[in-house]
Ligand binder design. Sequence first.
Ligand SMILES: *Cc1c(COP(=O)(O)O)cnc(C)c1O
Length: 405
Amino acid sequence: MPVYAVRANGGTVEDVDGNVLIDLGSGIAVTTVGSSAPRVIDAVRRQVEEFTHTCFMVTPYEPYVEVAERLNQLTPGAHDKRTVLFNSGAEAVENAVKIARAHTGRQAVVVFDHAYHGRTNLTMAMTAKSMPYKHGFGPFAPEVYRAPLSYPFRDSGLDGPEAARRAIDVIEKQVGADNLAALVIEPIQGEGGFIVPARGFLAGLADWCRREGVVFVADEVQSGFARTGKMFASEHDGVVPDLIVSAKGIAGGLPLSAVTGRTEMMNAVHAGGLGGTYGGNPLACAAALAVIDTILEDDLIDRAVQVEHLIKGRLEKLRARDDRIGDVRGRGAMVAAELVLAGTTEPDPGLAKQIATYAHQQGVIVLTCGTYGNVLRFLPPLVISDAELHEAFDVLDEAFAGVAR
Ligand SMILES: *Cc1c(COP(=O)(O)O)cnc(C)c1O
């Protein structure tokens, strides 16, 4: 957008010209607690006065350990866990694969259609979509295989267990469980189009992984951290991942990511095998601790459910009078509308672009996504007000009314 930000808070971004925009993107699911949350500001200020960096591998510090302990508690499953911290989502996904390979002694990695896992070499290979993420950037890392996802809007009636069976067949025939270190999946896909798999799909895959000794990795970089009305989206399906990857919403905008997992898997890696100069930076850790306190003390998980009801209510009303909205889906404050040629399932990326452009001009930050570029996604900060949300969706109503069929 041709908008240069000077300040941002709960639900709005202000630009250099003094325009105030309603934020339905949270900087791509990052500022879940708002862009200048009071506890985060205080915590980072206090930490910056103490020290900014020592490198955790040289002289460790308490905030890193505290973040690890909080994540061990907050992630699904009561088993013994360990956590290691990094800087970005892609870096954490790469490290989850390293851990799975060290633990299993196997090499292959299975990912899914429409997946997005990042822009580094290994995570480009794991990402499905060529343009813009991979085009011209090969060769890509080997031993990455792709299986079919459960995509209810486009699966014509396949239920979750059936879709899991279809994926497992592909994996068994084309890879072989004995060669497979990890299955990596977003419990709700982000860039791929906010695709919520049919119930039983994730559980079916997780059960198969357990039987076959394959490490089940949940990439919750976008779906995690209270965004979907649970601390982690895996909880909606009762799935306990072996390794879980967090980033985006974890530290209120400071760069931080994590891999949390079963102790025996995490400890399979030799001493010194995982690390990085900045991983678990003290400012980012201080921010993360304040984010966790904010989520818990301000009941932001419940707030995500309220946001879901408000947004889905508005979108369903719009869909009832506009058959270019093919599907409304998502959980919590991670909701999408998939746009199609009227009355069909044919993707309409042009319409998504026109609607987003109109919204931007009217001061509403709306993002698109999806393999076909035809999905409008809504990811507001959880501290946004109902009034701000209604104002934004009034603009979207106008946008749909204004774009000719
Ligand atoms: C954004 C994202 C990543 C990559 O995170 P970066 O911090 O941009 O490297 C990985 N996985 C998912 C699901 C994401 O949404």
